[in-house]
Design a protein around this ligand. Structure first.
Ligand code: NDP
Length: 299
């Protein structure tokens, strides 16, 4: 008799949709409480141009806002919009007391300076958490609005990894919207944090030391099992569209799910992992923004 050894996935599939649904339930309750105080949280979403992916993201955000009882306003502009006109729109939204959150969907057309737009949004309405005042506050551990994607990753890690204190977390990627705030959040959760980037030497060897591995690289399936310590928790932030041999397309992450699920303790799928948590955290941030403005008004 011959025995065939088969490799079975051992990793738990981290269900981002389920965790996001729970978070949205809580958010809906918080929205109800605010409404009882006479405040209807309102999110203004600004969309410039006709980038197909941006349209899909905005549609999902508006639909989710409606689901939890958050009022939303959509402001659409064509791709020729000037920076001055966009700044004037943001100024109006900043000064409108009925608007609690402002989200300008990125990327913006090249004639508009993204960083000028991010800085123009009032920090208490900055539901993306990208304003330098919020970014600095996060580093210092203040109660500020935190970027949605890394916040969603942290919530998944706490749900599936328990107490993170003392664990070694490796973040691959150092962007302002994912990698850097992720590293700050993990540091505040008492992890020992290593950040890797395109100039890192021996990246795979460093990643293999991680109890928690976060991939936010933007390279389809770059992280295979050789980057992962057995038993690690793996969070895949990447969203990459790849073309199949027959010409159709599909979404994949930065992690090679099939090989990594043979060694990791738990892993997020793409789609269905970090993505739903990002949107749920946006709703949480809109509620937080409304609360911060309420506190500000009360002096
Ligand atoms: P950026 O392109 O801004 O940053 C990518 C980072 O990866 C950079 O710091 C870069 O290093 C690093 N990097 C690139 N190649 C390598 C490599 N070979 N080895 C190590 N590091 C490398 O991307 P974002 O942070 O904005 O996004 C990352 C991914 O996450 C993308 O796929 C994006 O689509 C996805 N995303 C998903 C979201 C979600 O809701 N799930 C939300 C936001 C983003 P360097 O700084 O040296 O260039």
């Amino acid at each position: 008799m011959t025995t065939t050894l088969t490799s079975q996935p051992i990793a738990i599939n981290i269900d981002g949709k389920k965790s996001a649904a729970k978070l949205l339930e809580n958010t809906a309750q918080e929205v109800c409480q605010l409404k009882q105080q006479g405040i209807t949280p309102c999110l203004a979403v600004v969309l410039v141009g006709d980038d197909a992916a941006s349209h899909v993201y905005v549609r999902n955000k508006l639909r989710t806002a409606e689901q939890v009882g958050i009022k939303s306003i959509e402001l659409r502009f064509d791709a020729q919009l000037t920076e001055a006109r966009l700044l004037a729109t943001i100024d109006e939204l900043n000064n409108d007391p009925a608007v609690h959150g402002i989200l300008v969907q990125l990327p913006l057309p090249q004639q508009i300076n993204e960083s000028a737009i991010v800085r123009a949004i009032s920090p208490v309405k900055d539901v993306d958490g990208f304003h330098p005042q919020n970014a600095g506050g996060l580093v210092q551990g203040q109660r500020v609005i935190t970027p949605c994607t890394p916040l969603g990753c942290l919530l998944l890690l706490q749900e599936y990894g328990g107490d993170l204190s003392g664990k070694h977390a490796v973040v691959i990627g150092r962007s302002n919207i994912v990698g850097k705030p992720m590293a700050s959040l993990l540091l505040h959760a008492h992890c020992s944090v290593t950040t890797l980037h395109s100039r890192s030497r021996d990246a795979a060897q460093l990643a293999r030391q991680a109890d928690i591995l976060i991939a936010a690289v933007g390279q389809p399936q770059m992280i295979d099992a050789s980057w992962v310590k057995p038993g690690a928790l793996v969070i895949d932030v990447g969203i990459n569209r790849v073309t199949r041999p027959d010409g159709s397309t599909r979404l994949v992450g930065d992690v090679d799910y099939d090989s990594v699920s043979l060694v990791a303790k738990a892993i997020t799928p793409v789609p269905g992992g970090v993505g739903p948590m990002t949107i749920a955290c946006l709703m949480q941030n809109t509620v937080l923004a409304a609360e911060l403005q309420l506190q500000q008004a009360a002096g």
